[in-house]
Design a protein around this ligand. Sequence first.
Ligand code: UTP
Length: 299
Amino acid sequence: MSNRVRKAVFPVAGLGTRFLPATKVVAKEMLPIVDRPLIQYAVDEAIEAGCDTLIFVTNRYKHAVADYFDKAYELEHKLEAAGKTELLELVRNVVPAHVRTIFVTQPEALGLGHAVLCAKPVVGDEPFAVLLADDLLWNRQGRGALGQMVDHVHQHGGSALAVENVPADKTSSYGIVDVEQFDDRVGRISSIVEKPKPEAAPSTLAVVGRYVLDSRVFDYLEKTSPGAGGEIQLTDAIAQLLQSTTVNAYKFRGTRFDCGSHLGFVEATIRFALENEKLSDSAAAAMQKALDELGVEER
Ligand code: UTP
């Protein structure tokens, strides 16, 4: 069996409570950074990494995600009639023609691990990627984080989890790994624990929203009972997986914006506005004006 990573799973069935009331009707993953929804950034990263099958785990309220990837006949017709070809291309090309999208439902928000398990019938027994779109990972210098991880897995096998160091008082928001030694960006994980208090955390190396997983993780997910927060945790199944196979921590090149939090979302918006050719000068001027008006320097 080939170890090529072709399938990418996007769990988008969470409740998104940190972005209420907006997330009463809009899935968190549909919130835009400048003009593109978060899910589009993650989808582009997966396609760049070589994935051609995108599996979205949604819930019955999140029609917007499926609608976004569907054909918008009326809109396309109007743009075409108005000769707005640039906009037409934007609308048509949210995914390229060789990529297919599949939607599965998570009937109840029982946790990230449970959401990933819902994709099992579509993934089958091949290695696959998981991307959490609210972590926006961006590499200005080139290949995206998932592409870097997939390249590593294709060459060396095993599973890989994207990691980065977090402040010691933030370990209880993440899965935290213990790695004995890093060789450049990669180190074998010896243990992983979900949301430990700082005093119990084995390190400050946190797993962020990119995974390349061996399909055997499904066997462990099926046997996983609810863990931290009463949810079925992907971390608990990975803790089982690493007993029998190599699971590496991967320190990706690039920047992470935690767009599941208000501050991270604002940071990403500022950064992408400043990086945007058409917006950067006016965005910088608007930011300066806001700082001046608030007298931030005096505080
Ligand atoms: P989060 O822990 O960020 O939870 O989920 P959330 O519900 O999205 O947001 P908050 O914390 O309430 O604001 C991590 C990822 O797992 C998905 C989410 O959509 C998000 O991409 N998820 C979580 C599911 O798909 N199903 C679940 O049952 C839980």
